[in-house]
Design a protein around this ligand. Structure first.
Ligand code: G3P
Length: 493
């Protein structure tokens, strides 16, 4: 019986293969860490061949670990770090440059030049994105400009571009399919949100030949079959950006449903269904997924430093020895004693978008203890999230009554209770923490009939804990006002 779905979660720090059964249970996980290269300050690159090798490695490892045969896998779903860009030679299959990671700032000057020409509004209107090197377009431009002869080769149709979904599909199908899905394509800055096709004006502006771009498809469909890896070809039936996959894995299928992933950063997404909402408050608009031609759009707020702030307590300040220790230490004091930590180590993302801002600790007194700083750091994850939530409510006109959460720091009960208090909103943690991989598995399973309808999937969502707001309104407002003062002080520093 082909009862299992394999999700490949190709993330920034590692590649994982996770096997799920039809009841959404995790049967096995294999993981391989990836190396990041930092050739210059602010540049982040990865070796796309290593990413491919790690993918093959974890696929075989998870099968070996669980004893499940390739013939028992109904489909593979791929979810991936978004925006990360690779360009390769169609004939040899060799990348012509390292993959430029989403965090990398090396193509910033192109964005600055377009900003100076007043093009930001037009680009935002068409793509829902802010003119920032975060997205793929300027990264492709960088590669075409910095590898000798690349522009001409691309124009002759000899080079292909892909984000990691496209790269892995091309490799898994032995070069047969060069495709992406709408969720990934919506982060390239080349796709028009309305037509869901590449935009001629943008292609011209970036001088990127259409022939190097992957075909844009639905998020859930059989794109191809594995070729040459297993005796039995397995359908590859979902490609989806990781944050959108988590939204799907959380079964946030209705308009106004919100999920927040507390990872290295925080990615908060709201499903707005068929509505394209252009943010007036520094949020991004992109595609969640398209299934059988039906598109769900999302509003997204990205916070650059969240879990990474807890790591800084451990590795930078060395005042905790493990991330999990932060919770018990924070509880040793009754409050932060007026201390606020603003962990904007790499600038402020949504809703402020101030790339130059540095972080800070405010409100120190002679009585400040390590525990106050630890507690204030955890609270900063909740405050940053609430800034994005408030912006989302303004943009969407929808009141957010509950928020579903996942990611490493969502294991921290203290954080989730404080989040609920400060937002005055229910915070819901699901039993499955691997919602990103689960989302990809669901999307692949839907395409091959493992699940017939989204409603069958919705029924499988299981709540692990619900956090209800308990803070008095006056106290809540006072906390939020303190945070506002801290953020504004940091922005002026
Ligand atoms: O947009 C970047 C995001 O997709 C990266 O996610 O989980 O690989 O850090 P992650």
């Amino acid at each position: 019986m082909q009862n299992y779905i394999m999700a490949i979660d190709q993330g920034t720090t590692s590649t994982r293969a996770i096997l799920f059964d039809q009841q959404s249970n995790i049967i096995g996980i294999a993981q391989k860490e990836l190396e990041n290269y930092y050739p210059h300050p602010g540049w982040v690159e990865q070796n796309a061949n290593d990413i491919w090798a790690s993918t093959v490695g974890v696929m075989f490892e998870v099968l070996a670990k669980t004893g499940i045969k390739d013939t028992q896998i109904a489909a593979i779903g791929i979810t991936n770090q978004r925006e990360t860009t690779v360009v390769w030679d169609k004939e040899s299959g060799q990348p012509i440059y390292f993959a430029i990671v989403w965090q990398s700032r090396q193509s910033d000057s192109y964005c600055e030049a377009f900003k100076a020409q007043g093009l930001e509004e037009m680009i935002k209107e068409k793509t829902g994105l802010l003119l920032d090197p975060y997205f793929s377009a300027s990264k492709i431009r960088f590669i075409l400009d910095h590898v000798a002869g690349a522009q001409e080769r691309a124009e002759r149709g000899e080079l292909l571009f892909g984000t990691m979904d496209t790269w892995l599909l091309w490799k898994l199908s032995q070069g047969a399919k060069h495709m992406s899905d709408v969720s990934n394509a919506s982060r390239t800055m080349l796709m028009n949100l309305k037509t869901l096709d590449y935009d001629e004006e943008l292609l011209k502006l970036w001088n990127i030949p259409r022939c190097m771009l992957p075909e844009i498809h639905d998020t859930s469909e059989v794109y191809s079959y594995t070729s040459g890896l297993f005796d039995h070809p397995i359908p590859i039936a979902a490609l989806v950006g990781d944050q959108q996959a988590a939204l799907f894995g959380q079964t946030c299928f209705d308009a106004g449903n919100v999920k927040n992933t507390y990872g290295t950063g925080c990615f908060l997404l709201m499903n707005t269904k068929e509505k394209i909402i252009h943010s007036q408050h520094g949020l991004l608009t992109c595609v969640g997924w398209r299934i059988k031609g039906q598109t769900a759009y999302v509003l997204e707020g990205s916070v650059f430093v969240a879990g990474a702030a807890i790591q800084w307590l451990r590795d930078g300040l060395a005042i905790i020895s493990s991330s999990s220790e932060s919770e018990s230490r924070a509880k040793q004091v009754n409050d932060c004693d007026g201390v606020y930590v603003v962990p904007s180590f790499t600038g402020l993302g949504a809703p402020y978008w101030k790339p130059q801002v540095k972080g800070g600790i405010l409100g120190l007194t002679r009585g400040t203890k390590q525990e106050h700083i630890i507690r204030a750091t955890i609270e900063s994850l909740a405050y940053q999230t609430s800034d994005v939530v408030f912006a989302m409510q303004e943009d969407s006109g929808l009141a957010i009554k509950k928020m579903q959460v996942d990611g490493g720091a969502s294991r921290n009960d203290f954080l989730l209770q404080f989040q609920s208090d400060i937002l005055n909103t229910q915070v819901i943690r699901s039993t499955i923490s691997e919602t990103t991989a689960l989302g990809a598995a669901y999307l692949a399973g839907l395409a091959v009939g493992v699940w017939k309808h989204q409603d069958d999937i919705r029924k499988q969502f299981q709540v692990a804990s619900i956090f209800e707001p308990m803070m008095e309104e006056e106290n809540r407002i006072a906390h939020l006002n303190g945070w506002k003062r801290a953020i504004h002080a940091i922005m002026e520093f």
